[in-house]
Design a binder for this molecule. Structure first.
Ligand code: SF4
Ligand code: ZN
Length: 122
């Protein structure tokens, strides 16, 4: 066991919408009985990429004792493609663009690196 950052899911807030599944490149989150669950803590690197995606604020990252992150196993997980992931400005998908998660007006969305400078500089 090591002390490190790892995702925490507030089941009371989670609606089971599944939006956090595809953004987790390690495949650590699955929906079980209508709630998001970290299926294996060794798959979660604690980077918190999923946190901004959750529309309910059910995800956070905390420091606690858990198993070490298993990079090899995480990288060998089947990748989940989600066609709902696309730039909210130009519509580009992850096949052709680099996408970043974004929050605005209580909404979670994606933006591509080409459209991001326009948002930053206006
Ligand atoms: S995005 Fe949030 S509400 Fe949706 S399944 Fe994941 S934790 Fe639950
Ligand atoms: Zn774009």
């Amino acid at each position: 066991m090591v002390k490190r950052m790892i995702v925490k899911i507030d089941e009371k807030k989670c609606t089971g919408c599944g939006k956090c599944i595809a953004p987790c490149a390690e495949g650590a989150i699955k929906i079980i009985n209508g709630k998001a669950k970290v299926v294996s803590e060794e798959l979660c690197d604690g980077m918190g990429f999923c946190v901004g995606i959750c529309p309910e604020g059910a995800l956070s990252v905390e420091e606690r004792y858990t198993v070490e992150f298993n990079r090899e196993k995480a990288e060998s997980q089947p990748k989940q493609k989600d066609t709902s992931i696309h730039c909210f400005t130009c519509g580009a998908g992850e096949d052709t663009s680099y996408l970043l998660p974004l929050r605005h007006n209580m909404q979670s969305m994606w933006v591509c690196t080409r459209c991001l400078p326009k948002l930053i500089h206006g």
